[in-house]
Design a protein around this ligand. Structure first.
Ligand code: GLN
Length: 199
């Protein structure tokens, strides 16, 4: 990364969802953030987070404010973290057209995701996730899953860096990181710190 990049803020897509929780996590790490609601606000950021929320609403708002192309361009050259609905937005495609409800992912992470993949009866739960392959994150991470998506396919360029019950729940493709859970809802800052190391 070019000199000075570490002084730049991390962008938080702030159209909808729990972006404020990510802001708190980065603040605890001493890292400045900036909410992104329009294309010009991507300028000068070192990285971007697409938070949890509702991917249906996020799709509508991204297209309404003209962020689809700018987000794709930004992701070509900067680290992007997608958590839960944010991972759905990063995905290549979605399984199950009916459950997709008009969600149009950005097509950045080579994976297929099923929205609300755990069904309604167990749609929210906490579980330790074994993380392997991210700098500074060894062993179990206390993951919070809320109406979480399931990753049902990963492409050849995608590395599985976290599993729950043998299934991928954390995946990395170069400088793109996708988590089916919510690291911003715990006090464990290791995944936010590891994300900042992705170059
Ligand atoms: N189920 C939501 C969606 O499909 C994601 C839930 C979340 O981000 N916690 O967008």
């Amino acid at each position: 990364m070019a000199g000075g990049a570490l002084d730049r803020p991390v962008g938080l897509l702030a159209l909808q969802g729990d972006f404020a929780k990510h802001e708190a996590a980065f603040r605890a790490l001493g890292v400045a953030t900036r909410g992104v609601r329009r294309p010009a606000e991507l300028e000068g950021l070192r990285a971007l987070v697409i938070p949890g929320g509702e991917s249906t609403t996020m799709t509508r708002l991204i297209d309404r404010v003209g962020l689809r192309g700018p987000l794709r361009d930004f992701a070509a050259g900067h680290p992007v973290l997608g958590t839960c609905a944010g991972l759905i937005m990063l995905a290549g495609d979605l399984a199950d057209e009916v459950a997709s409800h008009g969600v149009q992912p950005l097509g950045l992470l080579d994976c297929t995701v099923r929205r609300n993949g755990y069904g309604t009866q167990v749609d929210s739960f906490d579980a330790p996730v074994a993380i392997d392959g991210l700098a500074g994150v060894a062993g179990d991470y206390p993951a919070v899953f809320i109406r979480a998506p399931r990753i049902v396919r990963t492409g050849p360029g995608v590395e599985v860096v976290g599993r729950h019950g043998g299934e991928p729940v954390a995946i990395r493709q170069g400088h793109l990181l996708g988590l089916t859970f919510h690291p911003e809802l715990t006090d464990d800052l290791r995944l936010h710190r590891a994300f900042l190391e992705l170059a």
